[in-house]
Design a protein around this ligand. Structure first.
Ligand code: P53
Length: 475
């Protein structure tokens, strides 16, 4: 029976745009996250044309980590984190994205941040592009629909690799690159790729083109990273949202298979270095052939990843609702409620066993080390007596850690670490709310942006500290 390795990377995760604030400090450029307004549980965030008056943009201030990082890292050290996952705000380093020289002040901020982590023995785990890119690249170049973005990204990646080569070992290129498989709304294509489709554009074709350029950019960056420091460990990052068949009707099973293919072909390319045949034939059948060159294919083959970073929050369930043969699925029609699991206040299915299922699925298919770089429970917290008694969050995390341990111990899956999402309360990516909280540390700020920004330890803080100390034995 396999046990958790003594070097198992217990940590916490966040992303630059959701917590740093300082959106225009020290030369930082406007990013795509800076033009997204606050939404709510029932109202989507708006993507505005630049920054408008009378709108609330929660990412502008985040939780002001930019000015408070010393105190915050100290708290994370007290929690006992062995690693800390965050991202580098691209527009701090290249404010417009197409400059030839980086912004030194932006680079200095991450030097200070990584030094602060290393001072406490906390290993930085770094995502290069986490739902973020300079807004200028959207306005001027149309985001990732443009091949030029490959060079801009590679230049950003190389700058970071060279600058931080002795401070950061674990890298990921694009956060949840596969979220854009849901291309029917604006949110995912915009946050992943800076895409806003016009009326006459085919959203699906656009998504496949942008994703292709990103995959090539990721491969190119990976190849360069290995030259900069052969000890780098460079991974991809996939949102693992397994899709179950609703019933044993063979059509539901086939629909689940097609849904899994549409969501995970990105990982096939990252890991195996080529497009899987089911996507090649999907592109042919629907006439979605993109600009894919022979040189691109060679780069994909050479720049494969060392490990798979994944997020896991929920599973989904599908039933096939029409009489056509099963070629594809329709997200808004075919995904249905799963009567066997409960949901969060935001409608996310709570399914701890789905994590073990997802880990098994990835392990069978790829046989690579897996790193759970996001998992957590977004919930409304009640702040009382300077703390939050968040038993529901402890219960959620505990149940997921248990199934992760089962995957390691009984299924032989190689999981190298676990970093709960939003280890300190941050702005929600999906809704822009502060009050969809994931943290083990409470931050006094509400959806309207009001509050002292003071930090407080929740009950889950003390619980997780023990989990880490006992290397997952005491949960
Ligand atoms: P929020 C959708 C489905 C699964 C993960 O999400 C997702 C999303 C996008 O909303 O995103 C990841 O804040 C993402 C984080 C994000 C986190 O999940 O909407 O990598 O940036 O904050 C939680 O509750």
């Amino acid at each position: 029976m396999n046990k958790l390795n003594k070097n198992f990377l217990w940590g916490g995760a966040v992303a630059a745009h959701q917590f740093e604030g300082g959106w225009n400090s020290d030369g930082k450029g406007m990013s795509i996250a800076d033009v997204m307004t606050v939404g709510s549980n029932s109202t989507p965030r708006k993507i505005t044309d630049g920054i408008l008056e009378n709108e609330i943009y929660p990412n502008h201030e985040g939780i002001d980590f930019y000015n408070r990082y010393e105190g915050d890292i100290k708290l994370l050290a007290e929690l006992g984190l062995k690693c800390f996952r965050t991202s580098i705000a691209w527009s701090r380093i290249f404010p417009n994205g197409d400059e030839t020289q980086p912004n030194e002040k932006g680079l200095e901020f991450y030097d200070k941040l990584f030094d602060e982590c290393l001072k406490y023995g906390i290993e930085p785990i770094i995502t290069l592009s986490h739902f973020e890119m300079p807004y200028h690249l959207v306005k001027e170049y149309g985001g990732w629909r443009n091949r030029k973005l490959i060079d801009f990204f590679v230049s950003f990646a190389e700058t970071c690799f060279v600058r931080y080569k002795d401070k950061v070992k674990y890298w990921m290129t694009f956060n949840e690159i596969n979220n854009q498989a849901s291309f029917s709304e604006d949110f995912e294509p915009f946050t992943n790729s800076g895409l806003l489709a016009t009326e006459d554009e085919n959203r699906e074709a656009l998504m496949y083109q942008a994703a292709h350029y990103e995959l090539v950019a990721s491969a190119k960056a990976t190849i360069i990273g290995r030259k900069v420091n052969p000890d780098f460990y460079i991974g991809c990052m996939i949102a693992m949202v397994p899709v179950y068949p609703y019933s044993c009707n063979p059509k539901d099973m086939m629909a689940a298979t097609k849904a899994m293919q549409r969501k995970y072909w990105f990982a096939d390319v990252h890991v195996k270095g080529h497009y899987p045949s089911y996507i090649e034939s999907h592109l042919d059948r629907k006439g979605l052939r993109s600009d894919i060159t022979k040189e691109d294919r060679e780069l994909l083959q050479e720049g494969t990843v060392d490990y798979i970073g994944l997020s896991y929050y929920m599973s989904k369930t599908i039933t096939y609702q029409n009489n056509e043969p099963v070629f594809d699925y329709n997200e808004s029609n075919d995904l249905v409620n799963n009567p066997n699991v409960e949901s969060s206040d935001w409608g996310w299915h709570i399914d701890p066993l789905g994590l073990r299922y997802g880990l098994n699925w990835l392990n069978e298919r790829y046989e690579l080390p897996l790193f759970i770089v996001e998992n957590g429970f977004g919930a409304y917290d009640t702040f009382e007596n300077e703390t939050v008694i968040d038993d529901y969050r402890i219960e959620y995390l505990k149940a997921h850690i248990e199934t992760m341990k089962d995957a390691i111990e009984y299924d032989g899956v190689n999981v190298i670490g676990y970093t709960p999402w939003g280890v300190i309360d941050i702005v929600s990516a999906g809704t822009g709310e502060m009050e969809k909280r994931y943290g083990l540390i409470y931050v006094d700020k509400d959806n309207q942006g009001k509050g002292t920004l003071k930090r407080y330890r929740k009950k889950s803080f003390y619980w997780y500290k023990k989990v880490i100390e006992s290397n997952g034995e005491e949960i």
